[in-house]
Each structure stands twice: as structure tokens, then as C-alpha cells.
Design a protein around this ligand. Structure first.
Ligand code: AMP
Ligand code: GLY
Length: 473
């Protein structure tokens, strides 16, 4: 067995799944060097060396890598912040160690406005109608309000407000969900506008899917499609979150999709890839990694892009990694060499459910009665859930995320706490196992959505899509 050393820059459960994939390698003995946001118990256990750099500062990470020259063969980065801050440029320039993630120039999530402009060039039909409002125009609030309302007249109030920089201000707000009057919309707008540009785009009616692809710089290799549950609460209600769970069906596509949808998505993403290569300064190798996490909306007028990120989805990549038929370490080497031509996955379904603390996703405010619990402030116990992995032949996997080690125990922090993946021959089986794992996690007053991959939720998405296709004819 060949030995190799890998740097993993980690934020949460997504990277625990990446580390698991390296650990499961049959062809390589992988020494894993983790730079983590927190003391993730899974990552701690599986790594050769584990350090915590809470803000994932690129210079600090680079210094960690410089000191381990000769031990680390390549690196892989999960979270977007260090990618946007140019982690690949810096580490490669200073150490020569190749990193799997796009360079700063191609960190597409840095600006939603730049994304829309890129799509306008590459795939105009996949852009919703939108307008950009720029505080640097220095218009008075009254003039801005007039311009916003004039645009709302044009799109009949059916609007989505998005800050240019994803983490700035109040985030994405959707008409009918987060505001129901123009005044409320404008307040949401202003809360973002004080930090920079804001997009107001038409609200799309449709079904969402997450497209992901490995890229070796030369080509895009699409991965099976997944469905993310972005909203905090059952029935797709409440604020947007990082994703409360996700599923993958037994085939490459989701139940409400047809094969043609997936082909069209791939065509769209390839056009974006080619345009980026043409307009960028490199030959494409700067894009290697998972530069295309694309959230699509399937509408009656075809596919529209909600957003594009240059990193794997969390939780969506967790649905896929354990089902890869090829060795993940081998895939990484091919990505680095520019020789990845094919990736195949098992014909199995998988469901991820996240547990989160009451402070996450507006849960405490929405359900004050349910958050008065003697479990608050208590540690989390994962042992029972961990045992299921062995008992159920690797079909239940527990990936911790935002929790910290204190006095030998793990306590929830403020973000999503722990993800449980269930794998099965059917979606129902996979869902049952994910829920089984979730139920086996004790302590911490954690909550989770109950309807991830729920047959009713899926049926509704299929019916909705059939109706939209009829309307679109
Ligand atoms: P984004 O960060 O752009 O992916 O937006 C977060 C969520 O807001 C998406 O997952 C959708 O549920 C919703 N959303 C974003 N853009 C639109 C849109 N144009 N129409 C309807 N919903 C949207
Ligand atoms: N789950 C959504 C994302 O990773 O962006």
C-alpha cells in the first residue's frame, strides 16, 4: 500500500466525510493533516495531526503547511472562506504543494453580481431577470426606494433580495416568505445595502436541485444530483440555513427530474467552465476541485441558476463520497494530474439529516416552548450512534460538525452540530437509517428537520414539476 500525506482544511461535517473517504482508501495509507475550525471529534481521531485555527486564516494555514513540507503531498479545501481568500495561490506559491480547490480568481462565490454577469455571457437563458443596486452610486434613500419600487412594478413584487457578498447583512430574502410588503422588502434590502451591492431578482417558482462536479482543469465530471433542504423547518418554512439535510436517489437524477434535465445542466455548466477558462488568466488548471456547485431551479421556462460556489456542498457532497466506486485518493491524484475522465457511483440512495442547536436557524424564536429543556448546556453523546456504523455495515455514518471539546466532553457550538448519513437500496431505506442515527444521538438539546426525503415531500416535488412542465408547454 502506497503512503501519502494529505492536508484537509475543514469547517464541519463535509470535511469529516472527506477525511472518512481518505481513511477508507484501499490503495493508499493516507496520513491526514487537518486544519480545523474546531476540535471535531471525528477528525481528531482519524488524523495524524490536527490543529484548530478558528477563523481558518490563510496565512496561519500556510505556515502550518510550510512546517510540514515533505510530509504533505497535496491538500484539499472544503469551506469557501479560505478559497475566496486565496489559500491555493498562497500555499502553492510558498510550498509548491498542490491544492485541490480553485484559485482566488475563480472563487466564484465571492460576488453574486459577478456570477450573474458571467452567466449573462455564458448562459443568458439560465439567469433569472435581475437588477443590481450599488451604494457607490451615492443616491439618496428616496431615489433608491423609487428605483427599487419601479423594478418591483416590473416583476410584480415577486422578488428575491440578495447581497452581493453572501455573508453580508441580512442575507437572501424571498417575497412571501421573508417579507410580504414593499416596506418590509425595502428594510431587508437596506440591511444588505449598507454593506455593498444588492441584487433584486425575480422570484422563481420551481423545484431546486444541487449539481456538483469534479474538475481536473480540463473537463467537468458531473456527480449525481442531490436535493438540499435549505429552509430551517419542516415544509420548507423558516429562514434559509446552510442546509438541514439532503438526499440522493438511486439514479443520477432526482425523482422530479428527467435525464434531459441533467444533460442540460451539464451543458450549462460546461458553457460556464469554457467561458471562465477563456476569460480567466490561466489554462483551466486553476479551476481544479469542485468549482461547480450549482444550485438550479427547475421552472416552467427551463433551468435557472440560483447560485454557484467553488466548493463542495455541505451537506450534499456527504451524499456522494461514500458511494464513489473509485478510490477517492486516486480520484484526487487524477484531479491533480488533469487525467480524471470518469467517475462512477453505486446505484444506491443516501440521506443526510443534520442536528442543530436551538440557537441555529431561528429555532428558539420559532419554537420557544420546545427549547426549555434540561438538556441545554449538556454534552452530546455520539457513542450509540457511532456503533450503528458497524452494526449496519457502514450504512449509517455520523459526521460531527460544530461542537467543541471541554473537559473531555463534546458540547454544541452555534452552527449545525452533527450530520448523519443513511445509505440504502431505496430512498425509504436510506431515510430510515439516517433517522435511526439521528435518534441515537443523545444530549445537547439538538433539533432536526423531520421531513428530509420524506415520501410526501418528494411526491409534492414530483407533482409540482409535472404541473410546471404542463404550464411550460
Ligand atoms: P442562494 O443563496 O442564492 O442559493 O439563495 C438561498 C435560497 O433562497 C435558495 O436555495 C432558494 O430557496 C431561495 N432563492 C434564491 N434565489 C431565488 C429565486 N430567484 N427564486 C426563488 N427562490 C430563490
Ligand atoms: N448546502 C448548500 C451549500 O453547500 O451551499
Amino acid at each position: 500500500m502506497e503512503r501519502t500525506g494529505v492536508l484537509v482544511v475543514s469547517y464541519g461535517a463535509r470535511e469529516a466525510a472527506i477525511i472518512d473517504a481518505f481513511h477508507e482508501s484501499l490503495e493508499y495509507k493516507v496520513d491526514i493533516y487537518v486544519v480545523d475550525k474546531q476540535k471535531n471529534p471525528f477528525n481528531l481521531k482519524k488524523s495524524t495531526e490536527h490543529v484548530v485555527i478558528p477563523n481558518l486564516d490563510v496565512d496561519k494555514i500556510c505556515r502550518f503547511v510550510e512546517k510540514r513540507r515533505g510530509k504533505i503531498n497535496f491538500g484539499i479545501v472544503g469551506p469557501e472562506k479560505p478559497i475566496v481568500n486565496g489559500i491555493r495561490n498562497k500555499i502553492e506559491a510558498k510550498t509548491g504543494i498542490p491544492i485541490i480547490c480553485p484559485t482566488k480568481e475563480y472563487a466564484i462565490e465571492a460576488s453574486k453580481v459577478s456570477q450573474r454577469l458571467l452567466f449573462e455571457k455564458a448562459v443568458p437563458h439560465a439567469n433569472p431577470r435581475y437588477k443590481v443596486f450599488n451604494p457607490e452610486d451615492n443616491n439618496s434613500t428616496n431615489i433608491v426606494r423609487k428605483a427599487v419600487y419601479a423594478w418591483l412594478d416590473e416583476i410584480d413584487n415577486q422578488a428575491v433580495v440578495k447581497p452581493d457578498v453572501p455573508s453580508a447583512g441580512k442575507g437572501v430574502g424571498v417575497w412571501g416568505d421573508h417579507f410580504t410588503t414593499r416596506e418590509q422588502l425595502f428594510n431587508h434590502f437596506l440591511a444588505n445595502y449598507q454593506y455593498g451591492k444588492v441584487i433584486i431578482e425575480e422570484k422563481l417558482d420551481g423545484e431546486e436541485s444541487s449539481f456538483q462536479a469534479f474538475c481536473d482543469g480540463k473537463r467537468i465530471i458531473p456527480l449525481p444530483e442531490t436535493r438540499d433542504y435549505k429552509r430551517a423547518f419542516d415544509g420548507d418554512l423558516g429562514p434559509n440555513t446552510g442546509g438541514m439535510g439532503s438526499y440522493k436517489n438511486t439514479r443520477e437524477i432526482l425523482p422530479f427530474m428527467c435525464t434531459e434535465d441533467w444533460e442540460k445542466e451539464t451543458e450549462i455548466v460546461n458553457k460556464i467552465f469554457k467561458t471562465m477558462k477563456k476569460t480567466g488568466s490561466g489554462d483551466g488548471s486553476e479551476l481544479r476541485g469542485i468549482p461547480f456547485y450549482v444550485a438550479f431551479m427547475h421552472t416552467k421556462k427551463g433551468l435557472k441558476i440560483l447560485e454557484n460556489n467553488s466548493r463542495p456542498g455541505d451537506p450534499e457532497i456527504i451524499n456522494i463520497l461514500p458511494l464513489l466506486k473509485q478510490d477517492f485518493t486516486e480520484i484526487c491524484f487524477k484531479i491533480l494530474e488533469g487525467s480524471l475522465t470518469k467517475v462512477t457511483t453505486e446505484r444506491k440512495a443516501s440521506v443526510v439529516t443534520y442536528k442543530a442547536p436551538p440557537s441555529y436557524g431561528g429555532y428558539r424564536e420559532a419554537f420557544p416552548d420546545q427549547t426549555i429543556s434540561e438538556e441545554i448546556g449538556q454534552p452530546i453523546h455520539l457513542a450509540k450512534a457511532y456503533r450503528l456504523r458497524k452494526e449496519l455495515k457502514n450504512n449509517v455514518r455520523v459526521y460531527p460538525a460544530s461542537m467543541e471539546l471541554r473537559d473531555g466532553q463534546f458540547y454544541p457550538l452555534t452552527s449545525r452540530t452533527v450530520a448523519v448519513l443513511g445509505i440504502g437500496n431505496t430512498l425509504e431505506d436510506a431515510r430510515e437509517l439516517s433517522i435511526k442515527g439521528i435518534k441515537a444521538i443523545e444530549g445537547g438539546a439538538l433539533w432536526n428537520r423531520q421531513d428530509i426525503a420524506d415520501p410526501d415531500h418528494i411526491r409534492k416535488s414530483v407533482n409540482h414539476m409535472e404541473e410546471l412542465r404542463r404550464q411550460g408547454k
